[in-house]
Design a protein around this ligand. Structure first.
Ligand code: UD1
Length: 311
């Protein structure tokens, strides 16, 4: 069994990753500054004697060093981040601190204390508005936001450290992640989290555009499993891979699942498509299968039904 340090452990993806690591028998040290993470997300993890939580801001230089020196983790899963593309546009300076400098601090803590592996939360945002689908890892990277640029810069920083200092680095390029604990608070939150909340509240949802736009929606359970594999599977090489399903789902299909489960909720309304919205996004999943042996298993309907059950 391994000891894994998870930054951003109280977040949406971080808390599911901690849960799955614990379920697999690993020890977990979670680090979070609770800027966007929530203690409630860790209710299950905190009940485990193999989980420790440290409240710390990884974006401040040197903040991880004493923890890493004490815990001596086998791997760091670095998920702490400014998670909103819109917030990165509103505040590029904060995006740089939380999504670039913090990554460098993680890489340095790993170098200084001999951590052998880092798993990083990258994003399909590094590809920008690529239109040649499905998006492969060989697709040209072309970020169109400070967020996407920071994720791409972080990949480079980590892979450079990895090559120079003998650290295995896995960059996980998540597509549209959805599932329990995703925060629906902002209009720019993931569409499924927004729709889930509105249906539960009995309110009609609004589709921007005709609803025929598609996304590669991947369940957070699959994403957490991909993180566990990348952090703990022996004998894997450094690299970057899409973490996606390889399947496109229209927004109309998503609304269809909700509306069948909530027949009393008024029909969805339509509004103009969002400026800058991409129409289709779809990843190719073969690289993750080859490098990690990972394939998504939760289809969108099953993932939506889980949210509806929890509602
Ligand atoms: C993602 C980012 C977004 C960023 C964009 C850049 C997330 C959660 N969002 O958007 O901040 O600008 O990449 O490529 O990572 N929609 C509705 N109704 C709603 C909310 C959304 O119809 O109430 C639509 C959107 O217009 C979009 C689709 O749902 O067509 C998916 O939206 P979203 O979940 O924000 O993901 P991305 O568009 O991939």
């Amino acid at each position: 069994m391994a000891h894994i340090l998870v930054t951003g452990a109280a977040g949406f993806i971080g808390s599911h990753t901690a849960d799955q690591l614990l379920a697999a028998g690993h020890d977990v040290t979670g680090v979070d500054n609770f800027r966007t993470g929530r203690r409630a997300n860790l209710a299950a993890a905190l009940a485990s004697p193999r989980f420790a939580l440290v409240e710390r801001d990884v974006a401040a230089a040197g903040q991880l060093n004493d923890i890493v020196a004490r815990v001596r983790p086998d791997a760091i899963i670095h998920l702490a981040a400014l998670v909103s593309v819109q917030e990165s546009i509103a505040n590029p300076e904060l995006n740089y601190a939380l999504n670039v400098q913090a990554t460098h601090h993680v890489a340095e803590a790993a170098r200084l204390h001999g951590v052998r592996r880092i798993v990083f939360a990258s994003s399909a945002a590094i590809y920008g508005d690529a239109t040649d689908l499905p998006i492969r890892e060989t697709t040209a990277t072309h970020p169109i936001s400070p967020y996407g640029a920071a994720k791409l810069a972080s990949e480079a920083l980590l892979l450079g450290h990895g090559a120079a200092f003998g650290i295995t680095v896995r960059c996980q390029r998540y597509f549209n992640v959805f599932g329990p604990r995703q925060d629906p608070a902002s209009p720019y939150s993931g569409v499924i989290s927004i729709f889930d909340r509105r249906y539960r509240e009995g309110k009609a949802v609004t589709i921007f555009g005709d609803g025929r736009q598609t996304r590669d929606f991947i369940s957070v359970h699959d994403v957490a499993r991909a993180n566990v594999i990348a952090a703990t599977k022996p004998g894997i090489d450094s690299g970057a891979a899409n973490i996606c399903t390889g399947r496109a789902t229209t927004l109309n299909d998503v609304v269809g699942v909700f509306s069948r489960s909530y027949p009393a909720v008024p029909a969805c309304t339509h509004a103009a498509a969002r400026t800058g919205d991409i129409v289709h996004s779809l990843g190719a999943s073969d690289a993750a299968a080859a490098a990690l042996g990972f394939r998504a298993e939760v289809d969108v309907e099953t993932g939506l039904q889980e949210l509806i059950r929890l509602g």
